[in-house]
Design a protein around this ligand. Structure first.
Ligand code: GLN
Length: 493
């Protein structure tokens, strides 16, 4: 197989080629850079590249393989890192002007784990500023385009990571998901995206947006790759007090079981008004596939799901307003050149350094937390969050896994929603509740709309049941070909 065919394959297939000496790790990394050179001016997936270190890691892999050493499963496979995770020596910007020239002084725990697994990090990917958004149009630097149609958004906030994987710039990527930022772009770009259980993956070194909701997770072109990458990054970390001290299963080894008798609950509220016909059709077809595979399909109801967006936009903004207080021009990044006194330095730095959406969130969050409103908004939202979690606990007493569209629509035109924050917020109706409940969710390709844009199916499982989730996804993938379809737009240039 030629190398430009090989970079379209999954990480597991690239690994086979590495072990069979059909390709070297250095060649794989170089090929990623060639593809980036060819298409990334158009795609906009990367904020910066980390060539020297990536090639060094690849060289180490080649040496070790030549010496007959056994290496971890993803050693030598090019990975793209969302630019809100610290990687020592790299610029870590969160796609914000306020951190434009910030160079990480340390490694995030996930980066440490990537290094231990000899995974070359080829670059840092574009995102919505501070991970706030659903389309990647909120980046302070540049927009990201969807590899399936360059006039459409890739989804957000991890749009760069999703576009990099869908555009064959890297085999795998990491993103972060606070309300859907891994699953939504995965669904818009026709790839796999997994948000783990809250606490499964350490958040140490991830630039905080909403700390009770943020989780880091994998993007890939197959469910098996997602399982392998999840295995590599999961585990207890004393540097993150919310990290769970529970052994990490061999996720990739749980993919063989069939799913006869598995009970899948179809979430009624997510098949209601507002769902596009094309998405509905793809999902109905997917349900049929599961029936043929022997799964048992039942309809279930999550009556409080309708409050999830309202609850999220109080809790997430409240936490963001507190997390983002640290960017004051003193310790990090940008400082206004024009201040006449300390107070002006703070206010001008923040006014000039943050973009509109980030300012909107800080104002909403500060309002929700302010005295006199705390009980009415923040406390109430926490109570409803608890009830939403109870709804999930209740349905998981009767089903193994839940199924829904990842998003009610497919990727939309660049510019079409950016002036209307409310309609942008509504794209997350399918994904946000999993963050509120802390449970794992995956988006996998399940069809195409009438303009040939990918449709994503979301599966959810109870906390720490990633094995069940991955196995259910894997069985669908094995029975269908959607994940093998190639985006035409990236092949054009
Ligand atoms: N789209 C949601 C928001 O704008 C979720 C973002 C995320 O998951 N980081 O907040």
């Amino acid at each position: 197989m030629s190398i430009n065919e090989l970079i379209k394959k999954t990480a597991a297939e690239q690994r086979k080629a590495l072990l069979n000496k059909e390709v070297s790790a250095v060649e794989l990394v170089q090929e990623s850079y060639k593809q980036i050179e060819k298409i990334d001016d158009t795609l906009g997936a990367f904020n910066s590249l980390c060539k020297e270190q990536a090639l060094q890691t690849a060289q180490d892999v080649d040496k070790k393989l030549a010496a007959g050493e056994t290496l971890p499963a993803l050693a030598g496979i090019p990975l793209a890192l969302k630019d809100n995770m610290n990687y020592k020596g790299s610029r870590t910007t969160a796609s914000s002007k306020i951190l434009e020239n910030f160079v990480s002084p340390y490694d995030a725990t996930v980066v440490k784990k990537l290094k231990e697994n000899y995974i070359p990090i080829i670059g840092k990917t574009n995102l919505d500023e501070f991970a706030m958004g659903s389309s990647n149009e909120n980046s302070a630097f540049k927009i990201v385009r969807n590899p399936w149609d360059l006039n459409k958004v890739p989804g957000g906030s991890s749009g760069g990571s999703a576009a990099a994987v869908a555009g064959y710039e890297s085999a795998i990527a990491l993103g972060s998901d606070t309300g859907g930022s891994i699953r939504l772009p995965a669904s818009f770009c026709g790839i796999v995206g997994l948000k783990p259980t809250y606490g499964r993956v350490s958040r140490y070194g991830l630039i905080a947006f909403a700390s009770s909701l943020d989780q880091i997770g994998p993007f890939s072109r197959s469910v098996e790759d997602a399982a392998l990458l999840l295995e590599a990054i999961s585990g207890y970390d004393p540097n993150d007090s919310t990290s769970l001290n529970i052994p990490v299963p061999k996720y990739s080894e749980s993919l063989k079981k069939d799913i006869k008798g598995v009970k899948i609950g179809v979430i009624k509220e997510l098949f209601a008004e507002g769902l596009s016909d094309d998405v509905r059709k793809s999902l109905e077809n997917a349900i049929q596939v599961y029936k043929e595979l022997g799964a048992q399909i039942v309809e279930v109801s999550l009556p409080l799901l309708k409050y999830s967006i309202g609850v999220y936009y109080i809790i997430a903004t409240a936490e963001a307003s507190s997390n983002l207080a640290r960017y004051d021009g003193v310790k990090y990044g940008y400082r206004t050149p024009e201040a006449k006194n300390l107070l002006e330095m703070y206010t001008k730095t923040r006014a000039e350094g943050f973009g509109d959406e980030v300012k909107r969130r800080i104002m909403l969050g500060t309002y929700a937390l302010s005295s006199g409103y705390y009980d009415a908004y923040y406390k109430k939202a926490q109570q409803v969050r608890h009830l939403i979690k109870n709804d999930f606990d209740k349905v998981f007493e009767t089903v193994d896994v839940l199924l829904s569209p990842t998003c009610p629509n497919t990727a939309f035109e660049i510019g079409s929603k950016i002036e209307d924050p409310l309609s942008m917020y509504l794209t997350d109706i399918g994904t946000i509740s999993a963050n509120l409940a802390g449970i794992p969710g995956i988006s996998i390709p399940c069809g195409f709309d009438s303009s040939n844009m990918p449709v994503g199916m979301q599966l959810l499982a109870p906390a720490l049941q990633e094995e069940k989730l991955l196995n259910t996804a894997y069985n669908f993938e094995r029975a269908t070909d959607f994940h093998k379809c190639e985006p035409s737009a990236v092949l054009v240039k």
